[in-house]
Structure formats: C-alpha cells, structure tokens
Design a protein around this ligand. Structure first.
Ligand SMILES: [Zn+2]
Length: 254
C-alpha cells in the first residue's frame, strides 16, 4: 500500500493540486473509494475583502472550469454574518453587479438602500454553498487568510478549513508572526477537533519571508489528523470525503 502523498504549492497564490492517499493505487483502481487527484484553489478573494467579484460568481467560474474544490480565503474575515457593500463603489463596480444579477436574478441578489446609496448584501458561505456543492464532484472549504505584518513586511498565513475566525497574532519578527499564526491554527484544531492546516502564502510578496525564517517554523508535533512540518504538509485528512476548489485575484498580494 502506498503512503499518502500530499503535495501542493502551498507557498504560492493560485492553483493547488492535492494528492489523495494511495495515489499510485488509485491509478490502477477504479473503485469509488480509490484515491485520486483533485484540482482546486485554496487562496481566493471575493468582495468580502479585496476581491473584485461576488463569491457566487467566483465559485460558479471554478465549478464550470473543471475544479473540484475551492476555498474563499478573504482577509481576516469569514463569510458569515450580515455584510452589505455599496452596489457600484467596490472593486467589481457596475460590471460585476450586472453580471451577478444576470447570472443569479433578482430573487437571489439582495439589494437595499442606505443614506441614499444602493447596497448589496453579500451572501454567506452557508447560504450559497448548497447551490454548488455536489458529493464527489465539488466541495467548498471555509478559509481565512490571516493577514498580518512585521513592520513593513506582509505576512499572510492561510487557515484552511478552520471553524472560527483567527485574528492576526502579531510578533516581534517575521518568524515570530508566522509561528504565532501557525500556532493559533493548531490551537484551534486541538480545541475543536476539526481538521485544518495553516500554509504560508506568497513568501516573496514584499520580500518578507526568507528561507531562514521558513526553515525555523515549527509544526504541531501531532500526526493524528494534521501534521505540518516547516509548513510542508506531510500528512493531512480532508475535511470531508469529497474535495472542493476555486479562487480569484488577490489585491493585497503581489
Ligand atoms: Zn495574501
């Protein structure tokens, strides 16, 4: 039996490929439970932070383009609660709103007005995931890009499949900021029992993170459900039996 190989370009914005357990076995085994590769994106921004489109539009694009999983990783926020934005004065502008209305219709899109300005309510992950998720075909994963810095250097750590929001932890060096964020993810995992893992995004953004910093980051020391050693996944358990994926541009990233 082959060992689980989980490889992904966790240091970069953009497309990630996950290897499922027993990859080699999957190539020779067409049973429903055979391991296989899933295509997705764990680093994606929407109008919930500095993206330029509505979350449903982004998810729709990824699903229609053959991805199997997507995580919307907005900056220091989860897609929860009541959030209204100005309808046209945002990164997507009139064009994004018109496309959103054409695709999902006025029965889905929530428009309102406050102080003389038209507003749109952003849908939460729990509201729109039922439109897209399909067992064995497409999965959405809750995510947050913990967006921090040390002095002028940006430090962004994704927390994939977290349950509760994690505030930026700060620190007295780039390494300490990374470590504090990583520790916060592991602490939440231990507290909740939910599978989740941290990964450092775009270390070259702002030339913030050196290889020496990176080499000193400590993993959780646990191998039961998640082990991240120096931010390279050596073992991971998917949040559900079915993978998921998607993404869009990152304005705060390079
Ligand atoms: Zn970032």
């Amino acid at each position: 039996m082959k060992t689980f190989a989980a490889k992904s370009s966790l240091l970069l914005c953009g497309l990630l490929l996950f290897a499922a357990p027993r990859l080699q076995a999957a190539q020779d085994d067409a049973t429903p439970h055979a391991a296989r590769w899933w295509k997705g994106n764990l680093h994606t921004h929407s109008l919930w932070s500095d993206g330029d489109d509505y979350p449903e539009m982004i998810v729709d694009w990824y699903k229609q383009h053959g991805y199997q999983f997507l995580a919307l990783s907005d900056h220091n926020i989860l897609l929860q609660g009541d959030k209204w934005i100005e309808a046209t004065n945002n990164r997507g502008g009139v064009v994004a709103l018109e496309k959103y209305l054409r695709r999902f219709g006025t029965n889905w899109v929530q428009l309102g007005e406050a102080k003389g300005k038209q507003r749109v309510r952003l849908k939460t992950l729990s509201e729109f995931r039922r439109l897209f998720e399909e067992p064995g075909r497409f999965l959405l994963i809750q995510n947050e890009e913990i967006t921090d810095r040390f002095r002028s250097k940006p430090v962004h750590v994704n927390a994939t499949n977290l349950r509760d929001l994690i505030e930026p932890q700060g620190g007295n060096s780039v390494l300490e900021v990374i470590q504090n964020e990583v520790n916060a993810v592991f602490e939440q995992h231990r507290r909740t029992g939910q599978p989740m893992f941290p990964h450092l995004n775009h270390p070259n953004f702002g030339w913030a993170v050196t290889a020496e910093d990176f080499m000193q980051v400590k993993g959780s020391g646990s191998s039961k459900s998640i082990t991240v050693t120096r931010l390279s996944i050596t073992r991971a358990t998917p949040p559900t039996p079915v993978p998921t994926a998607s993404g869009t541009s990152c304005r705060r990233c390079a």
